[in-house]
Ligand binder design. Structure first.
Ligand code: SAM
Ligand code: SF4
Length: 366
């Protein structure tokens, strides 16, 4: 048996003793997933499909990308098996993303399965909000605890310009409904783009006055299938956004958020919060707690790394849970210090592991 598995067994025994149990429970627990920089990973983001009902210019070309289908995509059983193994490695939070997770027919089953996995404390989803109203109640009943709804503008014409489809009213309806159904966490994801929605930032801030939501401004990242990023003219840095926010609300207070939401604020008396996510400037990599799994079963140890460790073949050829554990350990042993180092490593192709260039966020899982 592999040495690391022995370590995991020892860990499980120690855990069982600590919990006052005389013997190992029938379900093996594993050592927490850590990297060589001492970071512990307890949050998995799973892209469950590459398909989408919108075509955001910063994400996908009009004709879409070369979507994987059918057998090339992990089944719900495979996804839930991986979630179960990860939960036994200390992972507590699952996010379903994509592509658009709600275009997947078994989404309710996936949410329910993840929510019922021992050890999983939170199941969240990132959605574009177009068909969310149709499933919202079922998702809440199935155990979904948080929803991030993406919306970059309040203006229908601009919405069409960015997504190449209509639907801003539907997205607003989704935001209202998520609050009405009392989802514990409701967030709005807005990609901040100079010359596109920078004139609307104040309207977004003001949404937090009466809505129990966190509005998150995300820096534009170069995963846009070579559409508009190359000009660079749309980039709006986290630093600039924080400065503008403080100018507008001089008495704004720091608030608490997740580990990668350190730039989080609340206007005194407002119900919601405002977060600024330095997705491109990568100043919060030291707090990274994320594991990414692509729709076709690739483990990614960083958004900026093209290095992937595929689980698909193993899952389909009778691997053990320990084999899955070891694959995650290998991937996270290789994790670079930050997103810049990941990018460098990718550019140098210094590893023998397969490198997979992916052109769109829909393939990586945003
Ligand atoms: N379809 C869902 C949605 O749009 O919410 C989930 C997948 S989407 C890839 C996840 C998030 O990534 C969205 O909030 C989207 O705005 C963001 N995103 C996509 N491409 C991006 C880019 N180039 N830069 C910054 N954020 C991006
Ligand atoms: Fe679809 Fe989300 Fe990408 Fe927009 S950002 S094209 S909604 S996956």
């Amino acid at each position: 048996m592999n040495e690391n598995v022995g370590v995991d067994k020892k860990y499980a025994t120690a855990l069982a003793e600590e919990q006052g149990k005389s013997s190992l429970s029938s379900v093996t627990q594993y050592e927490p997933l850590q990297d060589t920089f001492g970071r512990t990973f307890d949050y998995v983001r799973i892209a469950i499909t590459e398909k989408c009902n919108l075509r955001c210019t910063y994400c996908m070309p009009e004709e879409g990308v070369d979507f994987k289908n059918g057998e090339q995509i992990l089944t719900s059983e495979e996804i839930l098996r991986v979630v179960d193994v990860l939960a036994r490695m200390g992972i507590k939070k699952v996010r379903f993303t994509g592509g658009e997770p709600l275009v997947r027919k078994d989404i309710i089953q996936l949410v329910e399965g993840a929510a019922n996995t021992p050890g999983i404390k939170a199941v969240h989803m990132t959605t574009n909000g177009i068909i969310f109203p149709k499933y919202a109640k079922q998702l809440r009943d199935a155990g979904l605890t948080g929803v991030n709804i993406s919306m970059d503008t309040f203006d229908e014409a601009k919405f069409f310009e960015i997504t190449r489809r209509a639907g801003v009213e539907k997205v607003m309806e989704s935001i209202r409904l998520a609050q009405e159904l009392d989802f514990p966490r409701v967030k709005i994801n807005a990609v901040a783009m100079r010359g596109f929605n920078d004139g609307e930032l104040e309207s977004f801030y003001e949404m937090t006055k009466d809505n129990r939501v966190t509005v998150r401004f995300i820096e534009f990242m170069p995963f846009d299938a070579h559409q508009i990023w190359e000009t660079g003219e749309h980039f709006l840095s986290a630093e600039t956004m924080i400065r503008q926010l403080k100018e507008k609300y001089p008495d704004i207070e720091l608030a608490s958020g997740t580990r990668t939401e350190h730039h989080i604020f609340q206007v005194p008396g407002y119900k919601g919060k405002i977060a600024i996510i330095p997705a491109f400037t990568r100043s919060l990599c030291g707090n990274c707690s994320r594991i990414r799994l692509t729709a076709d079963g690739g483990i990614r140890n960083c958004l900026y790394s093209d290095q992937e460790y595929t689980l698909m073949d193993m899952l389909r050829s009778g691997c053990t849970d320990e084999d899955i554990v070891l694959k995650f350990r290998k991937a996270f042993n290789d994790k670079a210090k930050d997103g810049f180092e990941s990018r460098k490593k990718t550019a140098m192709k210094e590893s023998t592991i397969e490198f997979k260039g992916r052109s769109s966020m829909t393939q990586i899982g945003g």
